[in-house]
Ligand binder design. Sequence first.
Ligand SMILES: NC(=O)C1=CN([C@@H]2O[C@H](COP(=O)(O)OP(=O)(O)OC[C@H]3O[C@@H](n4cnc5c(N)ncnc54)[C@H](OP(=O)(O)O)[C@@H]3O)[C@@H](O)[C@H]2O)C=CC1
Ligand SMILES: O=C([O-])CC(=O)C(=O)O
Length: 271
Amino acid sequence: MGNIQNIGIAGTGAIGAKVARALDQGDIPGFHLAGVAASSQARSDELNATLSKPAPFMSFGDLARECDWILECLPPAQFVDLARPVLSAGKTLIVLSCSQLLEHPNLISYAQEQGARIVVPSGAMLGLDALKAAAVGEIQSVVIETRKPVAGLIKAPYLAKAGIDLAGITEAVRVIEGSVTEVAREFPANVNVAAALSLAGIGPDRTRMEVWADSTLERNTHTVRVTSDSSDFTVAIQGRPSLDNPATGLITPLSVIALLRNQSATLQVGT
Ligand SMILES: NC(=O)C1=CN([C@@H]2O[C@H](COP(=O)(O)OP(=O)(O)OC[C@H]3O[C@@H](n4cnc5c(N)ncnc54)[C@H](OP(=O)(O)O)[C@@H]3O)[C@@H](O)[C@H]2O)C=CC1
Ligand SMILES: O=C([O-])CC(=O)C(=O)O
């Protein structure tokens, strides 16, 4: 990547604010923070008060026009409102609300028609490098087991629907098992990592998922088991929650920073 690229950030929460500060401090060579879209001018002022050089407050349309790369770190319900203008402008969209790519798969072909790109960072997931390599050959199975503290799941509407009561449990309870497509329908807030995994590998219909509520856990834990003609592997991660948003692991914004640094790196490591 030769010239400096303008990057815009949509969403100034746990992920957006951390990446904005890294850009502001010059920790991401090759990118200039050209604007932020926040839920209000006041929220953008709050972020700008922590930056040495304030970033202009922009609408989603402005970001699509002014920036080459746009980082989406919004609540899932706002995703499409940003994705449409960015993709129709032929720009590069970095997606954190990955569950929304399963919800709106047509956006991928739309991006192709528009000459746009969609980039999904590893986020809170691991093993995407080996999975992509294995997918060049034949993958037999991918299974992700997600275990979360009870507090991370107890509000999901599916629990009442399925008659599952997690209040007072003293052990681990499996709350759902199915394809990532099926689980995404019932637990949209808990499938970003599984969505990324399925898009890197064999797709959401063939990738299997189990979600467990575990009263003995304090951190989200994801274990992935892959069998393929080139290799079999098991990887696991225990995220540490960020202070700004306990539902979001600290590693997630760091993965975005690493992805952006990679764009201008002389030495690139990993698939
Ligand atoms: N891929 C992965 O591995 C992971 C993905 N995620 C996903 O990434 C996304 C972002 O996560 P995170 O940063 O923790 O979320 P936060 O809730 O911390 O931040 C979201 C931000 O978006 C702002 N916002 C709300 N509406 C608008 C709007 N219309 N325009 C501009 N900004 C708006 C919110 O403002 P306000 O607070 O004022 O409402 C808030 O600052 C989520 O969808 C999350 O599920 C999270 C973790 C891992
Ligand atoms: O583990 C995490 O930090 C986030 C998570 O489950 C998801 O978004 O799918």
